[in-house]
Design a protein around this ligand. Structure first.
Ligand SMILES: *Cc1c(COP(=O)(O)O)cnc(C)c1O
Length: 475
């Protein structure tokens, strides 16, 4: 299997060659040169498999440059009930992403049972093990520099902690994250993890990362890397739970299901799109946004209009507060018939902060065959949906999953089970749960009192040179 760029001007690469990098050299995103097609016989055989074995079968189709036995061991060590130990609602942790039945034909699928209680752990934990393996083989090392306002940074730290040849430098806005989020990150004592609280906003932290990454010489000399959401391995790892959810919600492979996906950067639902292209019987992919509805607008109108930072709202489902969906280019590549020239033309506009409009194009006429529908959910919808799920089903939802359920209910079809992907646990969003239900969400026992643990964090001014010096002194 080789990987090509959505913009068409990069040499095809093997999986391990794109694992540690970001964008393709032509500015595009990597995708497999074709999607492996799953036969009915394979699908029948896979129904019996454990999550780890299923993950191996699927990933082996995309990762052909790691010896099968090694890949199998990496996957087996990642997808264990000990790593994904936070199952709720009576779910079986051995299933890794168990379903919770709300009513007949309506489920949530728990993707947030990993160490940081959010779905980013599903892919990030595998990424940690893949990084360590490939770096060791090549005798290389990497220094990951990132900025976070919460979920991604902690998922990256928990995935990379203790990994050989990897150091993580994570910038966060000083005093802007919840006490729980701070405790999750800053209480890590591993000596390859460095937390830097920048006295400024998330954007200041982000700007520093950009400034350092734009310094090509520094980046090369000090082996600076990233683990952002466009990383292909993250998308690949996420394909697995669509298969698992399908098997758990159906009796036979003659049935179809729909998935509702709380979306921000389009990474999660992009994996669902690929699962569907591989032949998994998915009827609809229901894309849910919050007030930041750039993707809902596209699927309703054919117009993709990225927003400015000033136009991006801060909401109570903060992990979906995006103005531009970094993985969306992968889907558009398929929509335009995998024509890199067409993608380059569209993204020439996006890269200038402009919109594009496909509504009059021949491509838009084909949109229905991809199975997407969409909707949006506001703060009031979120509060009402959290109350509804608690009252009707005695299931407590987090704010992002509530957005997913709200939109899912608008698109249910008779006799097609609907699976709402649960992307975080309510324990991460205590304030909104209190507002909706007047109670505190239950926190997993092993995270009780995490705020009282000693913390390791360096508070620094948003000064690029000072932060570069800090890094260099620790490499
Ligand atoms: C990252 C995240 C999302 C959005 O996922 P994308 O892949 O960016 O679309 C939704 N919910 C939670 C809790 C997240 O952390």
């Amino acid at each position: 299997m080789r990987y090509i760029s959505t913009r068409g001007h990069a040499a095809p690469q093997a999986f391990c060659d794109i694992l540690l990098g970001g964008l393709a050299p032509d500015g595009g995103l990597y995708l497999p040169e074709s999607y492996p097609q799953i036969s009915r016989a394979e699908l029948d055989a896979w129904r019996q498999l454990s999550y780890a074995d299923l993950a191996y079968e699927i990933l082996a189709k995309f990762i052909t440059d790691i010896p099968p036995a090694d890949l199998k061991a990496l996957v087996a060590k990642t997808y264990t009930a000990a790593v994904y130990c936070h199952a709720r609602n009576g779910g079986d942790a051995r299933q890794i992403t168990p379903l919770t039945r709300l009513e007949d034909g309506l489920y949530t699928q728990e993707l947030s049972n990993g160490p940081t209680l959010a779905f980013k752990d599903m892919a990030m934990q595998l990424l940690g093990n893949l990084f360590e393996y490939v770096l060791e083989k090549r005798g290389e090392s990497i220094n990951i520099l990132g900025a976070t306002s919460g979920d991604t940074g902690s998922a990256a730290e928990y995935a990379m902690r203790g990994k050989h040849n990897v150091k993580v430098f994570m910038l966060s806005p000083d005093g802007k994250m919840s006490a729980f989020q701070r405790a999750q990150m800053y209480s890590l004592q591993d000596d390859n993890i460095f937390n830097i609280a920048v006295t400024g906003l998330f954007d200041d932290a982000q700007d520093i990362v950009k400034a350092v990454s734009n310094d090509a010489e520094f980046k090369k000399k000090y082996k600076i890397g990233a683990v952002n959401s466009i990383n292909w391995a993250r998308v690949a790892a996420q394909i697995v739970y669509y298969f698992q959810g399908y098997f758990l919600a159906t009796q036979s492979n003659d049935e179809q299901v729909s998935f509702a996906v709380p979306s921000g950067n389009f990474g999660n639902i992009c994996a669902g799109h690929i699962a569907r292209q591989m032949g998994l019987p998915i009827k609809q992919l229901v894309l849910a946004t919050n007030e930041n509805d750039v993707l809902d607008e596209f699927f309703r109108t054919g117009i993709y209009r990225p927003r400015s930072a000033a136009e991006t709202s801060i909401t109570s489902s903060p992990s979906m507060d995006i103005s531009k969906a970094s993985n969306f280019e992968r889907f558009v590549f398929d929509l335009v018939g995998r024509d890199p020239a067409a993608v380059s033309e569209l993204w020439a506009k996006v890269d200038k902060g402009l919109a594009f409009d496909l509504s009059e194009s021949v491509h838009w006429a084909k949109i229905a065959r991809f199975g997407f529908v969409s909707g949006k959910s506001t703060h009031l919808d979120r509060i009402n949906t959290i109350r509804f799920a608690q009252g009707r089903y005695q299931v407590m939802l987090d704010t992002h999953t509530a957005d997913g359920l709200k939109v899912a209910l608008e698109h249910r079809l008779p006799n097609v089970p609907m699976i709402v992907l649960e992307t975080a646990q309510p324990a991460k969003f205590e304030e909104t749960i209190r507002e909706a239900l007047g109670t505190e969400p239950v926190r997993p026992a092993d995270l009780a009192g995490i705020e009282n643990l000693p913390q390791r964090v360096e508070v620094m001014a948003p000064d690029v040179e000072a932060i570069k010096r800090y890094l260099v002194a620790r490499l």
